[in-house]
Ligand binder design. Structure first.
Ligand code: HEM
Length: 84
């Protein structure tokens, strides 16, 4: 089940109550169920809700983290035209 979302739609899910969507590279992750399990803490994730967190993500993690969690957390992709 992979959705195509605009950055505006992602921004509408900025809080845990709204699903806490974040963008890493071109993919959208729904973080609400993971936020309390996140080894880096809930606070830091809540701060990037609804936004592109690629820069912060790659600062603290590597590819293996995405490989492991994408099947559980990834819900879709950012629509190409949304970035223009
Ligand atoms: C799909 C999204 C994310 C997943 C699945 C995830 C998962 C994890 C995991 C498994 C760890 C433990 C360390 C490791 O195994 O590398 C970790 C640590 C951490 N994460 Fe995330 N994370 C995500 C997004 C983010 C974002 C967006 C930020 C920052 C805004 C962040 C900040 C941190 C920090 C600061 C640590 C602690 C690093 C340390 O103690 O050295 N994470 N995360």
């Amino acid at each position: 089940m992979s959705e195509s979302l605009t950055t505006k739609q992602v921004a509408e899910h900025a809080s845990v109550e709204q699903g806490l969507y974040i963008i890493i590279d071109n993919s959208v992750y729904k973080m609400d169920t993971f936020v309390d399990e996140h080894p880096g803490g809930a606070k830091i994730l809540k701060r990037v809700g609804g936004k592109d967190a690629s820069k912060q993500f790659w600062k603290y993690h590597n590819e293996s983290v995405l490989k492991k969690y994408a099947p559980k957390l990834k819900i879709g992709e950012v629509k190409e035209e949304a970035k223009l």
